[in-house]
Design a protein around this ligand. Structure first.
Ligand SMILES: [Zn+2]
Length: 348
């Protein structure tokens, strides 16, 4: 017997996020058909988000009153967060990560790419937290953790000479490499690019030459605007240089960075990005979904793709007056409007 289920509504369809009134049929976790129907305005259907950069274990230090430089707070090996993570009992860490994953799923996120500290044990703790969660996590481990993770995550080339050897070992294992660069200044970006990473995080202070090179090399950039502002390394629309990144042809995806300072909620990240950076809603929503393409089957709503979308009731607020669903979702909507989530993020 067929297990096909259908959903009708105003949907953002395909990679172009084209607004159409459609009936979407899902069978065995896959979008089987998308067919035009008469105008619908009591349900919106939107692709799930992929949070392209997180450190969710930081949840244990949520909103702790702290002060200090970027290095004092988050740089390894002895920045505040690393001391707190080392001191935290494993059970507390797992519970904190479980709770954050549940919050992300509840806010429309079906996948995320996490930098996990703490070596092999750290990666195992995140896997334990993910058991049974309808969410796909791509784990970038370090300090040996990469051998049991999905890739190697490097804090910065400033960590020291061991970075190059770690990248070589990861390459030999066929693992992707992600690296933070250009967070507080542009001076570690060229050295990071020399490692030919598969994903570069931040580029908050990248210059035009570096952006052109990143575009030529085809390396995706994960930007985290609220984190940059929270940590005091951005204070205007030019950092990170989102408009220039897009104009130079860079592939940009959106992340939320440290859960210690920033809630990993893509609605909030999109609204902030829209307000500060003045790029189009379509570009911002694309950045919030397309991280999925880097690591798993894309979350865009397309025939033949795994079904990863959520239904939203625009009648709960004034949203049904919207003339452009994508703009309203980016600028106004929050997770309270989600009425159902269809998740099948497990497919590679
Ligand atoms: Zn980070």
């Amino acid at each position: 017997m067929s297990d096909a289920v259908s959903f009708r509504g105003r949907a953002l369809v395909g990679r172009e996020l084209e607004e159409r009134c459609v009936e979407i049929t899902v069978e065995a976790g896959t979008v089987r058909a998308i067919e035009e129907v008469a105008a619908q305005n009591d349900c919106w259907i939107l692709p799930c988000f992929f949070n392209a950069h997180t450190h969710i274990a930081d949840t244990i230090a949520m909103d702790m009153p702290v002060a200090g430089s970027l290095a004092e707070l988050v740089a390894p090996p002895d920045g505040l967060k690393h001391r707190l993570l080392r001191a935290a009992p494993q059970d507390d860490l797992v519970r904190a990560m479980q709770s954050t994953v549940a919050s992300m799923v509840q806010a429309g996120t079906a996948g995320f790419a996490d930098f996990r500290e703490g070596g092999v044990e750290g990666v195992h703790a995140l896997r334990q937290a993910l058991e049974g969660a309808p969410c796909r996590a791509i784990i970038f481990g370090r300090e040996g953790g990469e051998t049991v993770a999905d890739g190697l995550g490097i804090s910065s080339v400033r960590e020291g000479v061991h970075v190059e050897a770690a990248v070589e070992r990861a390459r030999a294992l066929g693992l992707p490499v992600a690296i933070h660069a250009g967070e507080k200044d542009p001076h570690d970006i060229d050295a990071a690019l020399a490692l030919e990473p598969d994903l570069i995080i931040h580029c908050t202070h990248a210059d035009d030459r570096q952006l052109r090179r990143i575009a030529e090399m085809g390396i995706p950039i994960a930007v985290c605007p609220r984190s940059n502002w929270t940590l005091g390394i951005a204070a205007g629309a030019y950092h990170p240089p989102l408009a220039r990144m897009l104009a130079r042809g860079c592939r940009v995806v959106l992340g939320t960075d440290n859960a210690m300072f920033v809630q990993p909620d893509m609605f909030r990240e999109m609204a902030f990005t829209s307000l500060v950076y003045r790029i189009s809603a379509n570009e911002i929503m694309t950045m919030a979904v397309s991280g999925s393409e880097l690591f798993c089957a894309p979350f865009f709503i397309e025939e033949g793709c795994p079904a990863n979308f959520f239904l939203l009731d625009p009648m709960r607020n004034n949203y049904h007056f919207s003339h452009d669903v994508c703009t309203t979702v980016v600028k106004r909507v929050n997770s309270c409007n989600i009425i159902r989530t269809i998740l099948n993020p497990a497919t590679k």
